[in-house]
Design a protein around this ligand. Structure first.
Ligand SMILES: [Zn+2]
Length: 743
């Protein structure tokens, strides 16, 4: 029992975009017609080979975790739950039509994956969706690993989570829920599991992250029935990964699954529960003690203690990441520019595999995490925060701000605006790269960016937009741009993490106390304003989003870290206002993202998240308008938090979800203005003016013309001018039409 084979090492999933983002490049080449399907598949095979090379240090490897775009979409294709509008002759075209839309059809809705910055595509399920087993991808990737002599374990999204993550297709009856289809779906899963078994698979991992959320007794009954049916066809390891299984844990064990993979980073309560549950010593328990969501080095001493607790309960123990490693960059070795004392405290995917392995090795390291150096502390910031008055996060009521703001910046009903960024052209990216590599001097770079601002302002004046933006050409990324200018942050050279499809982000590392040393955006906004008589919005990223899109220190509560960021932004807001900016937008697209998966943690989250936003913004005069912007999610669950931000205008993604947000706002205690997005900028499709006008009419009907703004869903940086110009022409036309109707 004490030899190392007693404890097996594995990971629940792995980064799949390639260590140098090879898949991203191949996908984008394919979409633009520069790479054919065979070329794309060759690039994909190379990425899968690299994944297996990395994973092969472990006793057992997950397979099927590669994806061309998204693993939920892969699962939809594995069970043939493809919306009729996405069916094409060519399966790859069908897949990308669902993912991105094409000339004929809008894509699936995209939304955040639990409390992460990964986005999945929302399957559309109806009462008649004809599920069918399409196990080819799962089987092929299993065999690929098997041919290398690896102990391969196919991974699929489990049937319960698949349906809980799905939405009813358009036109489904009011009372239809995708979960109603569990019986049919499970039959198809048995066929897939059988096919995998025939190919030689033993254990199969079914990811049920939705069981890390609160589940009703009816849903638990569905879980029980589904897994009782499935255990007859394969040995099943159920993985969660985004918190404790809680009430689902005994249900899964009772159903007789072969094993359970626990998230022992965020879901340590499951370990206490397990100790009371009288688990059979035959049950395979995988201890997810290596954080799959963050990049701090594992405290191996503490992790080893948890593994021992599991070993006391069962003879079959695994050590793994707490979730898929999808959420961390591939290799710390690529970071040659980081300070040594930071590097000593970090661990990326490859390092995490080594940590996992060490924990299964009786002679492996059991080193605790070293404490943070004193130099990372800023007592001045701490003292300022401690001294902030109780009203530092309060403005006078919205009703009293409205008139002074309208007087300072007179606007027509349904004012038109954009969310901030304009296309990041190849030329701009080239200039930024040259500047970063020292091939372009600061003065030339700034001149180039200023020229771009001038172009963007002129374009907006020509289009007839009401509130202008400077276009954000100087920003590589809306969080990194600020992280590079604040203390307490480091940025990585190649720490890429997949956000959606081919889109990757490089989250900064927030390791110490945060402070602003100089204005960060004022010169850009002021320059843009100097070029036009129209109002130009200041443009900042809010504290919650800065945290959500960074790897944040885990040695103090998020609330305390958020307040430090808020204080830095408060100074920036004050400087913008002093420079004459009348409208300041503070983006919080990630407000929904950090909402705790379980209800128990939500009130506390709402309180600190909204307070930090208000600390950042509440210092302004009544006649200065604070805008905010949210995107990527369903906002029903955070409507009260949105109201509590106390912004004067909230622009919010709405077009893919067909203005659902209006129903949520209706009834919430939300009084200020809303810009529901009328153009889905995640798709290359240019909406027609009358389509946007129809959306605006819905908004006017719900909120009244006086409270509606006309804008796209999000920033335009990923789009091309060929799309942006006609779409914005249509937007301005739509606003004028609906304005005239409302007058
Ligand atoms: Zn956005």
């Amino acid at each position: 029992m004490n030899n190392r084979t007693a404890v097996r090492s594995t990971a629940l999933g792995y980064p799949r975009i390639g260590s140098n983002r090879e898949l991203k490049r191949a996908l984008e080449a394919h979409w633009s017609g520069r790479l054919d399907a065979a070329g794309l598949e060759r690039a994909a095979a190379a990425v899968r080979a690299e994944m297996l090379d990395d994973l092969s240090v472990l006793d057992a490897v997950p397979t099927g975790v590669f994806s061309y775009y998204d693993h939920v979409l892969d699962t939809a294709f594995a069970v043939d739950a493809v919306a009729p509008r996405h069916r094409r002759e060519d399966p790859l075209a069908s897949y990308f039509a669902a993912a991105r839309g094409d000339a004929e059809a809008a894509p699936l809705e995209m939304t955040k994956w639990f409390d992460t910055n990964y986005h999945y595509l929302v399957p559309e399920i109806g009462p008649a969706t004809a599920f069918a087993a399409k196990p080819e991808k799962a089987v092929a990737e299993f065999l690929e690993a098997r041919e290398r002599g690896l102990d391969a374990r196919p991974v699929l999204v489990g049937p319960v989570s698949f349906l809980l993550l799905a939405k009813p297709e358009d036109g489904a009856p009011e009372d239809f829920r995708p979960l109603d289809r569990i019986g049919d779906l499970v039959e198809v899963y048995t066929e897939i599991l059988t096919a995998l078994g025939r190919a030689g698979a033993g254990l199969v991992q079914l990811d049920e992250p939705a069981l890390a959320a609160d589940r009703t007794p009816e849903e638990l009954a569905v879980v029980a029935a589904a897994y009782r049916r499935l255990v007859g066809t394969a040995e099943i390891l159920v993985a969660g990964g985004y918190g404790p299984f809680g009430e689902s844990l005994p249900v899964l064990l009772d159903a007789g699954v072969e094993g359970i993979a626990l998230d022992l980073v965020r879901g340590r309560s499951d370990l206490d529960a397990l100790e009371t549950l009288n688990v059979s010593r035959e049950t395979f328990i995988v201890a997810g003690v290596v954080d799959g969501r963050n990049i701090w080095r594992t405290d191996l001493a503490k992790a080893a203690e948890d593994v021992e607790r599991v070993r006391a309960l069962t003879d079959r123990v695994g050590v793994a990441s707490s979730s898929s490693l999808l959420h961390v960059p591939v290799d710390l070795a690529a970071e040659t520019g980081l300070p040594a004392e930071l590097v000593a405290r970090l661990s990326f995917a490859r390092q995490k595999l080594a940590e996992i392995y060490a924990l299964t090795d009786p002679d492996g390291s059991r080193e605790p995490r070293p404490a943070a150096p004193d130099a990372w502390r800023d007592d001045a910031v701490r003292a300022r925060l401690a001294g902030l008055g109780d009203d530092a996060d309060r403005r006078i009521p919205y009703a009293d701000r409205r008139a002074p703001q309208a007087e300072r910046v007179p606007l027509p009903p349904l004012p038109t605006t954009t969310i901030g960024s304009f296309p990041q052209t190849a030329e701009l990216r080239k200039a930024r790269a040259a500047h970063r590599q020292g091939l372009m001097i600061d003065a030339d770079y700034h001149a180039r960016m200023k020229a771009e601002v001038a172009t963007v302002i002129a374009e907006q004046e020509k289009l007839g937009l009401d509130v202008l933006v400077h276009g954000e050409p100087e920003r590589n990324d809306m969080v990194q741009y600020f992280a590079e200018q604040l203390t307490g942050f480091a940025t990585t050279a190649a720490g890429w993490v997949q956000s959606y499809g081919s889109r990757c982000v490089r989250p900064p590392v927030l390791f110490g106390d945060v402070a602003r040393t100089a204005p960060m955006t004022v010169p850009w906004t002021s320059y843009a304003q100097s070029l036009t008589a129209k109002p130009v919005k200041g443009m900042l990223t809010g504290p919650v989003t800065i945290l959500a899109w960074s790897f944040v220190r885990d040695d103090q509560p998020l609330a305390d870290t958020a307040d430090q960021v808020a204080l830095a932004l408060r100074d920036e807001v004050a400087d913008l206002e002093a420079a004459g900016t009348a409208i300041i937008q503070v983006d919080e697209p990630a407000l929904r993202e950090l909402l705790p998966v379980r209800a128990a943690g939500r009130a506390a989250y709402r309180a600190w998240a909204t307070r930090s936003f208000r600390i950042a913004t509440a210092g302004v005069r009544p006649d200065t308008a604070i805008h905010t912007h949210l995107c990527y999610s369903e906002f029903g669950e955070v409507i009260d938090a949105i109201a509590a931000l106390d912004a004067d205008v909230t622009s919010i993604e709405a077009s893919r979800s067909k203005m659902e947000v209006l129903a949520d706002l209706d009834g919430a205690d939300y009084r200020s203005a809303v810009g529901p997005g009328v153009w889905d900028i995640h798709s290359p499709r240019v909406p027609a003016a009358d389509e946007m006008a129809a959306a605006l009419r819905l908004a006017v009907a719900a909120l009244g013309a006086g409270r509606v703004w006309a804008n796209p869903d999000c920033g335009l940086k990923t789009r091309r001018y060929e799309e942006v110009v006609p779409a914005l022409q249509g937007l301005v036309e739509a606003a004028r039409t609906v304005r005239a109707e409302a007058a």
